[in-house]
Design a protein around this ligand. Structure first.
Ligand code: ADP
Ligand code: GN1
Ligand code: MG
Length: 370
């Protein structure tokens, strides 16, 4: 099937006239589609490496979109998620079993393009980052009464850090035995040592979740700044996007992933590690917005916010390292060694967060009045 045939199966307002690669996501293949009437849509081929059950994933997204839309209507407020565009036969995706001349096989979906929006790779002002905090804090709050038991786990154990370590160990052993991958083990020996030294502590949040001391909530699980769209004029929240990983999880990972990405002084793949730090001013700006908007956080959740930031940063370092050792199968990479560079930058950031733990705690105590 070709791209035009695929798009022809969705209820667009008129015929598509162009379809171009778009955005900076690491997982799905994303395209910007424009129709004869000038209406724009996002077409995505979902990563089958990441998502093993796309129908279940789309059921999650439709359910969340319906729920938040009903809530917004009842409260007379704007809805901050975009529902999928349906196909002619009422589905939310098209499954292409045979590749066409310009389209790979796989699962495709269409979403309305958010006009007059901006998507940032780093905050351009404190207010941008504050809005990101409001976006994800409100998202968790509004989903507090969502029937969590109806959600499918789109990636099992997605933010189960001990399980990420288990996969890392398995991959490391396989890489050592594989002549093609063994040089990658040697290249990453310092990073391997770094993550092994931290393995025990990295399991703390999962232990507290398992024991029930930390509440499981419906969370977004991929809270990068570029998964929020702001209004290009008011710079206020327009949409939370990338709902593929909405599942039961810990608020601390959602909070932490925003800090990891948005409060970092360098890009996720910065190679000059002397530039990689956690900016405590941005940390404070974000934490203020999150505490204001994420209602009902427990004292333990608030106390462990710095641990959330450090743990998810270390976890992502472990995931990039694992993908490097596995031959770069999961994350889209732009050059050989990209995953190892990303790993190094994340581990440098996690180390900086360890150094700044006490300062972070003080900021949180000030903000929460403890
Ligand atoms: P991935 O899982 O690969 O990150 P995303 O769903 O986040 O995929 O989409 C990738 C990028 O495409 C986003 O970061 C954003 O820039 C852009 N994008 C996605 N959906 C929309 C939309 N509905 N309107 C405008 N831009 C979008
Ligand atoms: C991926 O899909 P995207 O690019 O928003 C990944 C996240 C990582 C992130 C690192 C489903 O997010 O878990 O934190 O890359 N998403 C998935 O940039 O694995
Ligand atoms: Mg994304």
């Amino acid at each position: 099937m070709n791209t035009t045939d695929i798009l022809g199966k969705f209820l667009l307002d008129s015929s598509p006239v162009s379809c171009e690669p778009y955005g900076n996501g690491h997982i799905n293949s994303t395209f910007l589609v424009t129709t004869e009437k000038g209406t724009r849509y996002i077409l995505q081929r979902l990563s089958e490496e990441a998502f093993k059950d796309v129908p279940a994933l789309m059921e999650n997204i439709s359910g969340i979109a319906r729920f938040l839309d009903a809530k917004a209507k009842a409260e007379g407020t704007p809805c901050h998620v975009l529902p999928p565009v349906e196909t002619l036969d009422g589905q939310t995706y098209v499954h292409v079993t045979e590749a066409g001349a310009d389209a790979a096989a796989g699962y495709y979906r269409v979403t309305p393009f958010a006009e007059h929006s901006i998507c940032l790779e780093k905050p351009e002002s404190d207010e941008d980052f504050y809005q990101c905090a409001i976006a994800f804090g409100t998202f968790i709050s509004e989903l507090a009464d969502y029937p969590a038991e109806t959600l499918h786990e789109t990636i099992p154990n997605f933010h189960n850090t001990p399980d990420r370590y288990r996969i890392f160990h398995e991959t490391l052993e396989r890489a050592k035995e594989n002549p093609e991958l063994a040089p990658r083990v040697e290249a990453a020996k310092n990073e391997i040592e770094f993550v092994l030294e931290r393995e025990e502590r990295a399991g703390l949040l999962q232990q507290l979740r398992d024991s029930g001391e930390l509440p499981t909530r419906v969370t977004h699980n991929d809270t990068k700044l570029n998964n929020v769209l702001l209004d290009d004029e008011t710079r206020k929240l327009l949409y939370v996007i990338d709902l593929d990983t909405v599942m039961p999880g810990l608020s601390l990972y959602d909070y932490g992933d925003c800090i990891r990405f948005g409060a970092a002084t360098a890009a996720e793949d910065e190679t000059d590690l002397s530039k990689v730090h956690c900016d405590l001013h941005l940390f404070e700006v974000f934490t203020k917005g999150f505490l204001e908007s994420c209602k009902g956080l427990t004292d333990l959740e608030i106390k462990l916010l710095p641990e959330g930031a450090r743990t998810i940063t270390l976890e992502l370092g472990v995931r990039f390292l694992t993908d490097w050792l596995d031959g770069d199968k999961y994350f889209a990479t732009k050059y050989p060694g990209h995953n190892l560079d990303r790993c190094r930058s994340q581990l440098a950031l996690a180390l900086d967060m360890e150094i700044k733990r006490e300062e972070m705690k003080e900021i949180i105590n000030e903000l929460s009045g403890n």
